[in-house]
Design a protein around this ligand. Structure first.
Ligand code: PLP
Length: 370
């Protein structure tokens, strides 16, 4: 049977180079990077080399990178850490209505700091509404959080323009780049953001590792109290193997150009052969993501059918996959209940071939009795 993995946005397949290095890393770098003896210092040396690789991949300085446990912690530390540090300077926290639960889940904590919380709406194409952002900023210093690419639709957000609007009034910007990193260029200085999050398991490194970029000179308050690690930002012995895997995954990213071509052909076939709507079809998206609503279909039945044919896709965010709830992202884009009921997210890897795409189209035809 075919085996097509089309759920890369949930988690990517670990890179071969990373897989091949694991046993060697565990055997060679067994020391604790905080120890002063030679095994400890050898581990520390490798950790700092990995930090440089991660920094280089986003145009940052090594000192601007804090290793954390993943994308979720990175987002919490970025948004909450900025809010804690600046709670007297800012009044409002603005987050886009399509953020990941790692950001949206902070609403109560942010409000408990006495800060206002408001959501920036998106247009039907999935792009943040800049006119509404400007209104919500209301000429005041705010803390804004907008993702670079959405995990469900792949739609890329105009971060530099958002930064321009917010910075005009001395605000701060956190950016969740978890799904964009490794798929499009992420250059922190060009984006102009204050903090930015990435996650290892979305780029072919291990799970349980991520990083937060914090612009030089900026203070982000630790949410753990005063920890002894990572510039006193978090307590806990570093996840060295995870860190090394992230460093190695950042050495080079996949070439997505072939996938972009075959994805476009795939979308043309979807549109011509089925009654579908593709989220963000007319706007910039990361190369690998296609969120498609099959009108009149039931996503759960369709997913099971695809799975039985060897195609692993999802209905949206992995965190909510088991709940089968309608997507808050597509709801924010104005999808009708009928459209929401039939949504499948395909998120491909760089190795996905045009034969794979053809097999998916054929399988969909069989399942939808076309
Ligand atoms: N942000 C986005 C946009 C994501 O897609 C995810 C994971 O699905 C996360 C944050 C959380 O990352 P992690 O799984 O590393 O905690």
């Amino acid at each position: 049977m075919k085996n097509i993995y089309a759920d890369y946005n949930a988690t990517a397949i670990v890179k071969k180079k990373v897989k091949d290095s694991l046993v060697d890393w565990v055997s060679t770098y067994y020391g604790n990077p905080s120890s002063l003896h030679q095994p400890g210092q050898a581990a520390k040396h490798q950790m700092e080399a990995a930090r440089s690789l991660v920094a280089k991949a986003m145009g940052a300085l090594p000192a601007e990178i804090i290793f954390v446990s993943g994308g979720t912690e990175s987002n919490v530390l970025g948004l909450l850490g900025l809010a804690l540090q600046n709670k007297n300077k800012i009044k409002k926290v603005l987050v886009s209505s399509i953020e990941h639960s790692a950001i949206l889940g902070q609403i109560d904590l942010i409000k408990s700091l006495g800060l206002e919380w408001a959501e920036i709406p998106v247009l039907p194409n999935g792009v943040v509404d800049l006119v509404m952002l400007e209104k919500l900023v209301d000429k005041q210093p705010v803390l804004a959080s907008v993702m670079l690419a959405n995990n469900e639709t792949g739609v890329i957000q105009p971060i530099s323009e958002i930064v321009k609007i917010v910075k005009q009034f001395n605000g701060l910007v956190h950016c969740d780049a978890v799904q964009a990193f490794g798929k499009i260029e992420v250059a922190v200085k060009e984006l102009g953001v204050d903090t930015l999050s990435i996650s290892g398991h979305k780029v072919g490194a291990l799970r349980g590792i991520g990083a937060l970029y914090v612009k030089k000179g900026l203070v982000v308050k630790s949410v753990f109290g005063k920890g002894a690690h990572e510039r006193e930002m978090r307590p806990g012995t570093e996840n060295l193997i995870g860190i090394l895997s992230l460093g190695q995954a950042c050495e080079s990213f996949a070439d997505w150009s072939l996938l972009i071509k075959s994805r476009q052909q795939f979308e043309t076939k979807l549109l011509s052969q089925f009654n579908v709507k593709i989220a963000g079809y007319d706007v910039l998206r990361i190369p690998n993501t296609v969120s498609v609503s099959f009108k009149g279909a039931n996503k759960d039945l369709l997913l099971v059918g695809l799975d039985l044919k060897g195609i692993a896709a999802s209905a949206g965010s992995a965190c909510k996959a088991s709940l089968s709830l309608p997507s808050h992202v597509l709801k924010a884009m104005g999808y009708s209940p009928e459209e929401l009921a039939g949504v499948i997210r395909f998120s491909f890897g760089p190795e996905t071939t045009s034969e794979d795409f053809d097999y998916i189209i054929k399988s969909l035809s069989e399942l939808l009795n076309n």
